[in-house]
Design a protein around this ligand. Structure first.
Ligand code: NAD
Length: 459
């Protein structure tokens, strides 16, 4: 853990590096992205090992959701960076003739990236790609709850970059708070809404802009007109990947009464198909991150009736994939984000009632609707608000480099992925450049006799 003076020195060293102007060169940024891609490739086995030690994350999931994801994003940025970073000419009002106008894209400077524990590798690396692409220096603070991955990220970054450019500061919330005392040009935070408020307060002291990637209860609505088997499969996959510890996992199901029984039995079948008769023995099922979360989640199992699952093992921090029936909004499981392998099921008779239940609560990070009916799809899109939506599947809107990812309202502010990452860490500087070969006196005092021209300004 770095002492307070070391943190200050690290911050200052990066400010000096940024002032050298090196990071503003597009070729420099591209080289750093390529170096990082190579490092991730070289470290691939260590990354998946660390994720296994911290979360029991199956190797397949680790590669798909953490490693390959970074590679794809780097390739996309490299392909588009020249175009994104170019000066952008825009029109100029005739009132200022002769002049031309353009937007210069400049890096913000030095940024702080604070990460959570559930996808502890990619949730600090993907924001970093945007910071690099936009020409910034960065300090990363990975989550202390996944210590192996935190150490791995620190090793990988220190082997790849000059610490005056990009570095990792490991530690718990006291370190995070020490970092938050420093003056950054942007803070990119991923984690809980409660800590998001602390981060935003600290940032306000320095008027530092923030991106807050938060969480919340993401609903999954199922209408009767769906392909039952595919729907069940897609819901179970999205809920139980990483043992439900996914910010955009379906938190709870709102299912139409007419289809509930069939959907439940298809989902039970799916759980058996994915994880076997005893998921505790499945190599494809992750564990709960620590005993605090294990205990928190275990309490929820007392709410409602368990349809399938419910088994736990404190020592291995195992909680079986669980479907929970007969829950109400008053139950603890419905009062906070679950963030674990428990799926409560509520039923409704009319889509309007499902929409009303969603709208009575904070805007979710993700929303899922299963329905083939275009009118119903439009109705949900029009009448609810959410950070992002997948129709007829779960999770996958997060995986597109073309779609900005982020929350709205209490689920967060700002967005990233692809171009949105570049924009998050870039200042769009507006420039008007006047010429000297003409200077019409119309706008200068004295104004007497010039009022008749105002009608052209405001018609
Ligand atoms: P957390 O807020 O507890 O921790 C995240 C980071 O904040 C860690 O690095 C931690 O050290 C730091 N931190 C903790 N307490 C702090 C404090 N008092 N002051 C300053 N820093 C502090 O979140 P978590 O438990 O790691 O993650 C779970 C939450 O994150 C869930 O709500 C989940 O939905 C959300 N999440 C959101 C996204 C997204 O992309 N929107 C992704 C993953 C997780």
């Amino acid at each position: 853990m770095l002492a307070s003076t070391e943190i200050k020195d690290t911050v200052q060293a990066q400010k000096d590096f940024f002032a050298s102007g090196k990071t503003k060169e597009i070729n420099f940024r591209k080289e750093q992205l390529q170096k990082l891609k190579q490092a991730i490739s070289d470290y691939q086995d260590s990354i998946t090992d660390a994720l296994f030690q911290d979360l029991g994350k199956p190797k397949f999931e680790a590669i798909v959701t953490e490693v390959a994801y970074c590679g794809e994003e780097i390739d996309y940025i490299l392909k588009h960076l020249d175009g994104w970073a170019k000066k952008k000419p825009v029109k100029t009002s005739l009132n200022f003739f002769p002049a031309n106008s353009f937007i210069v894209l400049e890096p913000l400077g030095q940024v702080l990236i604070i990460g959570p524990w559930n996808y502890p590798f990619q949730l600090v690396i993907i924001p970093l790609l945007g910071a690099i692409a936009a020409g910034n220096c960065a300090i990363l603070k990975p989550s202390e709850m996944t210590p192996n991955t935190s150490q791995l990220v620190s090793d990988l970054i220190s082997q790849t970059f000059d610490p005056d450019y990009i570095t990792v500061v490991e530690g718990d919330k006291t370190v995070a708070q020490e970092l938050l005392q420093q003056k950054f040009d942007h803070i990119f935070y991923t984690g809980s809404p409660a800590v998001g408020k602390i981060v935003m307060k600290a940032a306000a002291e320095n008027l530092t802009p923030v991106t807050l990637e938060l969480g919340g209860k993401s609903p999954c609505v199922v209408e009767p007109d769906v392909h039952l088997e595919y729907s069940a499969r897609r819901i179970i996959w999205g809920k139980f990947i990483n043992a439900g510890q996914t910010c955009i996992a379906p938190d709870y199901l709102l299912v139409h009464r007419d289809i509930k029984e069939q959907l439940v039995s298809a989902m039970k079948e799916c759980i058996r198909e994915f994880y076997g008769e005893n998921p505790a023995e499945s190599p494809d099922y992750a564990k709960i991150v620590n005993s605090k979360h294990f205990n928190r989640l275990s309490e929820f199992l007392g709410d409602g009736n368990i349809i399938i699952g419910g088994e736990t093992d404190a020592e291995s921090r195992y909680i079986a994939p669980t479907l929970l029936d007969s829950v109400s909004w008053d139950d603890a499981v419905m009062q906070e984000e679950i963030f674990g392998p428990i799926l409560p099921i509520l039923e409704y008779d009319e889509l309007e009632s499902a929409i009303a239940q969603i709208n009575e609560r904070p805007k979710p990070l993700a929303l899922y609707l299963f329905s083939k009916d275009k009118n119903k799809q439009n109705q949900i899109l029009q009448e609810t608000s959410a950070g992002g939506v997948t129709l007829n599947d779960t999770i996958i809107h997060i995986a597109s480099t073309e779609l900005p990812f982020g929350g709205v309202g209490e689920s967060g502010m700002g967005a990233y992925h692809g171009k949105a990452s570049f924009d998050t860490f870039t200042h769009y500087k507006s420039v008007t450049n006047r010429k000297f070969w003409l200077d019409i006196k119309l706008r200068y005092p004295p104004y007497a006799g010039k009022f008749k021209f105002l009608k052209f300004l405001f018609k």
